[in-house]
Ligand binder design. Structure first.
Ligand SMILES: NC(=O)c1ccc[n+]([C@@H]2O[C@H](COP(=O)([O-])OP(=O)(O)OC[C@H]3O[C@@H](n4cnc5c(N)ncnc54)[C@H](O)[C@@H]3O)[C@@H](O)[C@H]2O)c1
Length: 371
């Protein structure tokens, strides 16, 4: 039984699915680990670092031919065709947007674990790459905003004058939003945050931010801790109230998402027109359509003097830590799959286990994901 770590091929991806430190932990489960040469290069991990962690460095074809293949992003169809029947892929897969690839994997008799489908339960927390990467993204998004903001963030008192703290607004206080609040507070910003799930108010206050009171006439608490879509009236009210409230903002980090839907529009074109010149919006919902219609995916644009950042992979901008966390999540998940035995180690996919049942989207020639 061998496992391989792929070299990611997407130009904007700097992470690898394992770090050398995570590989060392995986070795303890008894696995032989093959690493595609250069897999960690963009995250500052040399082939030599993986060798020292007990891994074998292999070429591309050998990596795709392993029994278990570990990647960060969904491979292309051509890459999937290079996997052998009966092998298992673990990666982010975006199964809701990959009907063709899911069918191809079923036809090729591959098993696929889509990491975004790991249930968000307490037991699965240590295996949840969405959370580990969103945490990093929330931190990095604040740094990106500050780098584009031409003024001070903390209050500064000097003999030459005084600068007020930046007014920073966070919209959507899930994993990324809460980390953005914490990071912005550490940087000295005055932070105000809003979420349609009123239960997060306490968490926002505990991080030293103010809760923005927007009376929408309804809440957005949905199932499993996620938000649900607001009614058209509440959506319009939110846009109207925010247009007024955002006039005073210097920096906005917006993260609002509703599972399975296009991201809601929170910041309209009119709201951007009303904002101060020099202010910055980081639209972290850019991958799912953006919280602002002026956001351009993977671009940084300026509209009416406002910088709008539409990057889609903040975790990749902190690649060594992100790979380390991603790898630790995989090691914990593989702990449910790899069983040590007399002849080494074997693979078991136990569908009675709610975590495996939740994230195994292709198994024994069948697509198990409901689109
Ligand atoms: N293992 C676990 O138990 C676990 C792990 C991770 C997350 N969670 C929970 O899952 C939930 C979702 O977290 P996420 O970060 O993936 O969320 P997400 O990325 O789906 O959405 C981000 C945030 O946007 C908010 N939002 C949606 N519509 C909005 C609107 N119109 N205006 C303002 N905010 C809006 C959501 O309420 C959410 O907080 C949270 O409750 C989190 O605590 C649980």
């Amino acid at each position: 039984m061998n496992l391989s770590v792929l070299k990611e091929t997407h130009p904007l991806e700097a992470r690898s699915a394992l770090s050398p430190a995570a590989a060392k932990k995986l070795k303890k489960l008894g696995a032989t680990i093959l690493v595609e040469s250069g897999a960690g290069a963009k995250a500052d991990f040399l082939d030599e670092d993986f060798r020292s962690a007990g891994c074998e460095i292999v070429n591309t074809q050998q990596a795709w031919n392993a029994d278990i293949v570990l990647g960060v992003n969904r491979p292309t169809s051509d890459q999937l065709k290079g996997m052998k029947a009966g092998s298992l892929l673990l990666s982010l897969f975006e199964p809701y947007a990959a009907k063709g690839e899911l069918a191809l994997c079923a036809e090729k008799k591959l098993d696929v674990i889509a990491l975004e489908s790991v249930p968000r339960t307490s037991r699965a927390q240590s295996m949840d790459v969405l959370s580990s990467q969103a945490n990093i993204a929330g931190y990095r998004a604040v740094l990106e905003a500050i780098a584009h903001y031409g003024r001070f963030v903390p209050m500064m008192m000097t003999s030459a004058g005084m600068a007020k703290p930046a007014q920073l607004v966070v919209l959507g206080a899930g994993v990324a939003g809460l980390q953005a609040i914490a990071t912005a507070r550490r940087m000295g910003a005055a932070v105000e945050a809003f979420d349609v799930r009123p239960e997060v108010k306490e968490q926002i206050l505990s991080l030293g931010a103010k809760f923005m009171d927007l009376d929408l006439g309804e809440t957005g608490t949905g199932q499993g801790g996620y938000a649900k879509e607001l009614s058209p009236e509440a959506k319009a009210k939110q846009q109207q109230l925010l247009t007024e409230r955002l006039k005073k903002a210097d920096i906005i980090i917006t993260t609002a998402n509703v599972p399975g839907r296009k991201a809601p529009t929170l910041i309209t074109e009119d709201a951007v027109k009303g904002m101060k010149r020099g202010s910055v919006i980081v639209d972290m919902a850019a991958p799912s359509g953006g919280n602002c219609p002026l956001t351009e995916k993977d671009k940084i644009v300026e509209k009416n003097g406002v910088t709008i950042i539409g990057l889609t992979n903040y975790a990749s901008l902190v690649p060594s830590v992100a790979s380390d966390f991603f790898g630790n999540n995989l090691v914990n998940l593989l702990g449910l799959i790899l069983k040590k035995n007399d002849s080494g180690v074997s693979k078991t996919l136990d569908l009675q286990d709610d975590i495996i049942a939740g994230c195994l989207v292709v198994h024994e020639g069948k697509v198990r994901f409901n689109q």
